[in-house]
Ligand binder design. Structure first.
Ligand code: 5GP
Ligand code: ZN
Length: 140
């Protein structure tokens, strides 16, 4: 619900945040509980709960600033790299239901996200999944 949403309140200036960038469409500010110093959140000013509910132009606005802001975070924190991610749904760890991208600066050997549980497809499963996704993308 937009009225109760903490990120809508930050976008409206009703709740303070350490803002680092703002334009007509979006705002970027520091996460209050950082994974690493400079951990940044980029949000659209308008409320959308999930990335897949966001209009393309809003995602375009957000995406167009990711490189600029991530580069500035990396430079400010002297990071060798960064992760950018968008938790979507409780299963993926989304806590605030207002679309946001995280930018997290990384140092070599920092052990953040050091487990990447990659698996293998059973015979035929990869083609089956790709077919289902293609069908959804091609519409009804
Ligand atoms: P999620 O798990 O939904 O992807 O992440 C939400 C993020 O928002 C968390 O990393 C959390 O620390 C951050 N956060 C939650 N409330 C506030 C707040 O009031 N101010 C700021 N700056 N960050 C917040
Ligand atoms: Zn909101």
């Amino acid at each position: 619900m937009a009225g109760e949403c903490i990120f809508c309140k930050i976008a409206a200036g009703e709740v303070p945040a350490e803002k680092i960038y703002e334009d007509d469409s979006l705002i970027a500010f520091l996460d209050i509980s950082p994974i690493s110093p400079g951990h940044t959140l980029i949000i659209p000013k308008r409320h959308y709960s999930r990335l897949d509910e966001c209009p393309e132009e809003v995602i375009g606005d957000l995406a167009s600033k990711l490189g600029l802001i991530a580069g500035a975070v990396a430079q400010a924190g002297d990071y060798a790299g960064y992760n950018i991610f968008c938790n979507t749904g409780r299963a993926a760890g989304q806590v605030v239901d207002h679309v946001h991208f995280h930018i997290v600066g990384r140092h070599p050997g920092d052990k953040v996200f050091d487990r990447w549980p990659s698996g293998r497809y059973e015979e035929g499963r990869m083609e089956e999944m790709a077919g289902k996704i293609r069908k959804t993308l091609s519409g009804p």
